[in-house]
Structure formats: C-alpha cells, structure tokens
Design a protein around this ligand. Structure first.
Ligand SMILES: *Cc1c(COP(=O)(O)O)cnc(C)c1O
Length: 381
C-alpha cells in the first residue's frame, strides 16, 4: 500500500459497530475475564486500545517492528536515553534540539551517561568521537536550526562497527519524506507535537524500533517510567496524521518558494534550506529523503534587524515550535536554543541574527508578502 493510503487509514476502526473512527477508550483499567486471564489490556499505562492503534500506525509508517507513544517528544527522547547506563557514552549532533542538549547536559550527566557533541555533517568527526563505551549515535537531519545534513547510511555503518545503536530524530521530515529504519537505523524518535500532529494544538512523542528485541526494551521503559500518551491525545494525533501527506507536500512547496524568494532579497544575508542549490548537504539529503520539509533559517544584518522582523510580521506569528499549519518565526538563540552555551551557539552560527521559519500551509504568496513588508525598510537602508 502507498504511504498516503497508510496514513489515511491510521485509526480506521474495524470493530463490529461499523464506526469509522477508532473510539477513545477513556479507561484507566480493564476487567479481567477470569483469574490469570486478560483481554490484552489490564491498565492504561501498560497498554490502551486507542494508543495501541496509534502505535501500530506509526510503526507501519516508519516500517519498524513496533512503535510507542509518549506524552511529549522529550519524554520519547528520555525513554530512549534510558536504554543506556552509567558509564555508557553517546554521540549526539551538536546542533540538536535544545531540549535534547539540556537533558543530556543537565540531567543524564548526573546519572553518569557521558556525551560527545559532534558536527553530524562531518562523518570523520563522528567516527573520531567513537569510544570503547559508545552505545549510540544520535542524529537529527536536517538539524535545527541550521539545516545541516547527516549521512544516515554512514551513521548506521559507524554505529554497527562500534556495536552501538544508530538513532535518528525524524521530527523535521516525518516518514513521509524520510524513513531512517529502512536505511538501517535502529530507532526513530519523533516530537509528534510538530508535523505529525501538525496543528500547534498537541504535545506528544513517538519512538519506533526497527527490530522486535529493541522494541521490547523501549516498551519496558515506557511502562516502567510511565510517560505515556493519553487515550484522548492518541486519538487526536491519529486524526491529524490522516492528512500528513497533503500537509507535507504543501509545507515543502511553500518552504522552497519562500527559501528561493529570501535568497534573492537584499536584506537577507544567508538562507539555510536543503532544497536550495548550493546547500552543502543537498546531495546526501536527496540520497536519503524524498523532500526537503517546511523548515528553513535565514540571517539578516544584525540583532536589531532580526528583532524588527519579529515585531513587524503579521500573518507569520512570532512563536516557538514548528510543524503546524500556521507559519511561525522564531529567534533560536533566545528561544529554542537558550540552553546551548553562548560560545557553542556562536561557533555553530546560532546567532542573534539568525531567524528560523516554520513555513505553514497558507498560500505561499501571502507568506512572502508578509515577510516582504517586514524586511522592506532593511532593504532600503
Ligand atoms: C520539539 C522537538 C523535540 C521535543 O519535543 P516536545 O514534543 O517539544 O517535547 C525533540 N526533537 C526535535 C527535533 C524537536 O523539534
């Protein structure tokens, strides 16, 4: 079955009532048929019928053995990191999501999990970071907010050689554009809050494992630590994912149009988008993904100019988060990446001149017109 059909049929109910939409099983607990027997459901932290349909759905889309739904993307990241123990080491892309940086740097460090942050677009640097105790290589591609590309196949090879897991945070592209498990990655993580839910109205996370054995370990942690997605939110996520293919196509087309327009604007110094000619990771990206997604970043002359754009936009909203139908703009250095140390931010290029756009599904002309009026005076200066 084609991907679009699989997404539409997530949560199509097959029970005897004929209902098309999967019911929300708003029950914490379930009656046992007899002593020592179970319907398959005992208690909702362990498993819930609504959540199960969602988990099977995301596993099908990512082509993995099993999927698990969490109360946030960070709960999903945390559950994955809990696969490891004190004394273990993980390699993570240095321009990862700010919350991932923080949880490693401030929380897991206290439990003895060590981390080396690397430039994921530099395969040699990743290889050099491997230690005897390295248990995982964790990448985002494209990264947030600089849109750097990691070579997933190369990461898989490095991880295999080190007897470690290759883990991809696939939030930005979703399985519609990129399916890391089919390239050999062991785990995929999602902030479902972003494109999968897609409407800026739900916080959720997902993990999918390529193989059953690792899936069982994730399930064990999900049940043991308990950051599950509620039945209600599981239903809402399924409802959203039905339109994933349509939304991703429009995000992609709009982002390409906006990126090309920004690249030709006199007030814009640089545009970071893997779909633009000249993007250093374009070739590798095209070898592992079928679209570029809806995220891009760009720089203006200075901090004052960046602040002015945030102030002047009207249709485009100044807000954190990404992946929703509405176009959002943010200043990563101050908003999403405040927990990354300033020296690291400066080295990475996450400066006070860098703006990040999550391009929505409005008409591209309207997004461009709004950015045009916000940048107008800068071009004239
Ligand atoms: C937002 C985000 C997360 C964290 O997800 P939450 O749902 O906000 O907890 C993790 N990774 C990436 C790439 C994200 O964009």
């Amino acid at each position: 079955m084609k991907f679009e059909s699989k997404t539409v049929h997530i949560g199509v109910c097959t029970d005897d009532t004929g209902a098309i939409s999967t019911p929300i099983y708003q029950s914490a607990t379930f009656r046992h048929p007899a002593l020592g027997q179970s319907t398959g459901y005992d208690y909702t932290r362990s498993q819930n019928p609504t959540r199960k349909v969602l988990e099977e759905g995301i596993a099908r889309l990512e082509e993995g053995a099993a999927g698990y739904a969490f109360s946030s993307g960070m709960a999903a990241v945390t559950a994955v990191l809990m696969l490891y123990a004190a004394g273990d080491h993980v390699i993570v892309v240095e321009d990862c999501y700010g919350g991932t940086y923080r949880v490693l740097d401030q929380v897991f460090a206290r439990f003895g999990l060590s981390v080396t942050f690397v430039d994921g677009s530099n395969t040699r640097e990743v290889a050099q970071a491997v230690q005897h105790n390295t248990r995982a290589i964790i990448v985002e591609t494209p990264t947030n907010p600089l849109m750097k590309i990691a070579d997933i196949r190369a990461m898989v090879e490095l991880a295999k050689a080190a007897d470690a897991h290759c883990i991809v945070d696939n939030t930005f592209l979703t399985p519609y554009f990129q399916r890391p498990l089919t390239l050999g990655a062991d785990l995929v993580i999602h902030s479902g809050t972003k494109y999968l839910a897609g409407h800026n109205d739900l916080v959720c996370g997902l993990v999918v494992a390529r193989e059953a054995e690792l899936a069982e370990q994730v399930k064990y942690i999900q049940n043991s630590t308990g950051a599950i997605l509620s039945p209600n939110d599981s239903w809402l996520l399924m409802r959203s994912m039905k339109t994933l293919a349509l939304r991703m196509e429009k995000h992609n087309a709009n982002a390409l149009a906006v990126a090309e327009w920004l690249a030709g604007h006199p007030a814009v110094k640089a545009v970071y988008y893997p779909g633009l000619t000249g993007h250093p990771g374009k070739c590798i990206h095209e070898s592992q993904a079928t679209g570029y997604g809806g995220m891009l970043s760009f720089t203006v002359a200075g901090a004052r100019e960046a602040a002015a754009v945030l102030e002047k936009v009207k249709l485009v909203r100044f807000a954190e988060s990404l992946g929703g139908v509405e176009t959002l703009i943010t200043l990563p250095a101050v908003q999403t990446h405040a927990d990354v140390p300033p020296a690291v931010r400066e080295r990475l290029g996450i400066t006070d001149r860098l703006l990040r756009l999550s391009v929505g599904i409005e008409a591209a002309e309207d997004i461009i017109a709004d950015l045009a009026q916000a940048l107008e005076w800068q071009a004239a200066e």
